[in-house]
Design a protein around this ligand. Structure first.
Ligand SMILES: Cc1cc2nc3c(=O)[nH]c(=O)nc-3n(C[C@H](O)[C@H](O)[C@H](O)COP(=O)(O)OP(=O)(O)OC[C@H]3O[C@@H](n4cnc5c(N)ncnc54)[C@H](O)[C@@H]3O)c2cc1C
Length: 638
């Protein structure tokens, strides 16, 4: 693996934190190591970091802290720190990193058998063979480039937005390219961190003034760690123009005073795209794209890493079952049919968010589309006529005339134009039409419509589903649902077994340690019958499965007998009692279903099947049909 320590601050949404929560307490580690919420909950719009605040938006609500919709809150954490935590977790389960210098002449096969993670290796060639993929990984051995060959059955391409593997596999991207070119400046300044912590704490600072514009991302105010994003327009402005000195000067213009301790660590260009891979697998399904290799969004709304982690979560249990011979090979296709629509939808949302972010400068008279048009006109009219330096002068001259719109002279309450613009800005911010941080309707409410699930039991029409999507999207709210393909809604429950009494989330009913299916049932005769059939068929298929019996609050029976007699001889079940938030909302009401339904939950906490138990005549054959569909088995296998 080649290894880039991206200096990106990540907003981690509820769904990703739920996944991290089950990964050996990773979410807890993030919560401990992240900066305090009060230092990052706001986006601030200002003329400089010490100049006028044009507006600010607080993106955290009380219910985020009360954990109403999820057992865990959102977080804000730098990507490279997250990678370090992940590597620690991998060490904990026996995987160890090693670099070309540590390896010497050792055989690749031995390294793989010893669970070594080969750092400093870059996949540079792939070749499809009868058994899988023969991969070439180049590495620098004491100054000379060498190549190591590896055989693998499957190759997961998680090599980022510029994915070499994707290109080698001949998979193209679809969507909009080159939306914006930016320079990312990673720098430290404890003085600036201290100043912002006390004067105007926030995560994102959108700064517009006559000398410069930029977006400052505060990774960690306590440690004074920042990344500045500056748009640039080649070929008039080139990446090489952004020397350390130039970047320091821009920082001073945006801060409004000169922090004495600015230390620029890294300057990198990047290009914003809005694209999704035409397909998620290639080379006879031997290559599988994951994360940015499969999709690249504008980083507006924090969907990139979150979507990537959720791709991996979707794929992991399917791979586990496939490699253990429990699922059929076509389960891999369900990875694409489930995740690609999510990526397409998140791409659209990110573009929409990017436009919402741009509505603020546009309102202030700094319309980015005008900047792009000016740039295009210069490219087409002057591009081949006058030298680059002169074009640069013209472009920057025009930009500087544009930036005069945000001078104190214009942007003040006494100037009629300025006061109108400020009033418009206030309404954009108050009405939630600027860039938002949280998208619960999409983060938690996304739903798989086709894939490793039994979709036909879902009675609603496609039209109704579309209508529901619009309602959720326009309110931005997450509405819990037990529809097939949805994430299992969170609710607190109390376990009733004498050995382990405690309060947990319904999401904890699904094991984080093994690939296990869970059937949630109410204590009803027909539901118990289906539960027994499910446990029996799962055992036949060598599939790990568990039943969860959901008792209403205060059930005496549950405490006295539990489900022992109804589920005997099976012991892989748990009795839990609802702890509804509002006294009239049972688990089934929260899920908007009647309690004679049974709900089958997949190892990734998505609902695979829901059925009214009264409607099932032959429980065994119904469960067989359900598993064969979810696991993509053929007739002989069931
Ligand atoms: C400015 C900015 C802000 C962002 N903010 C957020 C946010 O708040 N929330 C969010 O969810 N997302 C955010 N993102 C998006 C997020 O950073 C990406 O979606 C995420 O990093 C993708 O993870 P990945 O593992 O797929 O790819 P990467 O993080 O790019 O990792 C790919 C890895 O593969 C390695 N590699 C590359 N080529 C090869 C090769 N040939 N062989 C072997 N290894 C290779 C690289 O060195 C790297 O280590 C942001 C992005 C940007 C640019």
């Amino acid at each position: 693996m080649e290894f880039t320590r991206h200096p990106r601050a990540h907003f981690i949404n509820n769904r990703t934190m739920e996944i991290f929560r089950k990964f050996d307490g990773l979410a807890g580690d993030i919560e401990k190591a992240q900066p305090p919420v009060d230092l990052w909950r706001k986006f601030v719009y200002c003329t400089s970091l010490s100049g006028s605040v044009l507006g600010s938006v607080d993106h955290m609500k009380q219910e985020d802290f009360d954990k109403v919709i999820s057992p865990i809150s959102v977080a804000h954490f730098s990507q490279y720190k997250l990678v370090d935590l992940l590597l620690n977790k991998l060490e904990g389960i026996g995987f160890h990193t090693c670099f070309p210098d540590d390896i010497g002449g050792r055989l690749t096969r031995d390294l793989v058998l010893e669970n070594k993670i080969l750092m400093g290796h870059e996949c540079s060639s792939i070749q499809l063979t009868d058994e899988g993929i023969l991969l070439g990984a180049s590495f620098n051995n004491g100054g000379t480039m060498q190549e190591r060959k590896l055989h693998c059955g499957l190759l997961l391409a998680a090599d980022g937005a510029k994915s070499t593997v994707r290109e080698l596999a001949g998979i193209s991207m679809e969507g909009a390219r080159d939306l914006q070119k930016l320079v990312s400046v990673h720098f430290l300044s404890r003085n600036l961190g201290k100043y912002l912590s006390s004067e105007r704490p926030g995560m994102l600072f959108f700064i517009f003034n006559p000398d410069a514009i930029g977006v400052l991302v505060a990774h960690d105010l306590e440690h004074g760690e920042f990344v500045l994003q500056i748009p640039f327009y080649p070929p008039q402005q080139m990446f090489d123009d952004f020397s350390i000195k130039v970047c320091e000067q821009i920082i001073v213009k945006l801060v409004g005073w000169e922090p004495a301790d600015v230390q620029v660590l890294d300057i990198k260009p990047w290009v914003m795209h809005a694209e999704v891979a035409e397909k998620y697998t290639g080379c006879n399904n031997r290559v599988i794209l994951v994360g940015d290799a499969a999709h690249r969004f504008p980083p507006a709304g924090g969907f990139g890493m979150n979507t990537g982690v959720q791709d991996a979560h979707n794929l992991a249990w399917k791979l586990g079952l496939l490699l253990n011979g429990v699922a059929g090979p076509s389960i891999l296709q369900t990875y694409e049919s489930e995740r690609k629509p999510v990526a397409i939808s998140n791409t659209k949302l990110s573009v929409q968010n990017f436009k919402a972010a741009m509505s603020v400068p546009a309102t202030l008279g700094l319309d980015p589309t005008v900047a792009n048009s000016v740039h295009q006109v210069i490219n087409s009219s002057l591009g081949s006529v006058i030298p680059r330096n002169l074009q640069k002068t013209v472009l920057e001259g025009l930009f500087s005339i544009g930036r005069a719109q945000v001078s104190d002279y214009i942007l003040n309450e006494k100037n009629p134009i300025g006061s109108l613009r400020l009033a418009r800005l206030r309404s954009i911010l108050d009405e939630g039409k600027s860039l938002q941080l949280q998208f619960p309707a999409e983060d938690l409410g996304f739903r798989y419509e086709k894939g490793a699930l039994v979709a036909e039991d879902c009675a609603e029409t496609a039209q109704q589903a579309e209508k529901l999507k619009h309602i959720n999207r326009s309110s931005g709210e997450y509405i819990p649902s037990a529809k097939v393909g949805s994430r299992l809604p969170h609710m607190l429950v109390k376990t009733l077994s004498s050995s382990s009494e405690g309060v947990l989330s319904t999401m904890d009913l699904v094991s984080g340690d093994k690939v296990q299916f869970v059937l949630i049932v109410a204590p009803l005769k027909k539901s118990y019958e289906l539960a027994c059939a499910m446990l029996k068929i799962a055992e036949e298929l060598t599939l790990s499965a568990k039943v969860c019996v959901m008792w209403p609050q205060g059930s005496v029976d549950a405490k006295v007998r539990g489900s022992r007699s109804e589920l005997a001889p099976w012991t892989n079940y748990v009795d839990v009692e609802e702890i509804p938030r509002a006294s009239d909302n049972s688990w089934w009401e929260t899920c908007q279903v009647s309690k004679n339904k049974v709900i089958l939950v997949r190892p990734d906490e998505h609902i695979a099947w829901i059925k009214e138990s009264d409607m099932v005549r032959d429980a065994d054959s119904e469960v067989r049909r359900v598993f064969s569909q979810i696991l993509c088995l053929n007739r002989q296998q069931v």
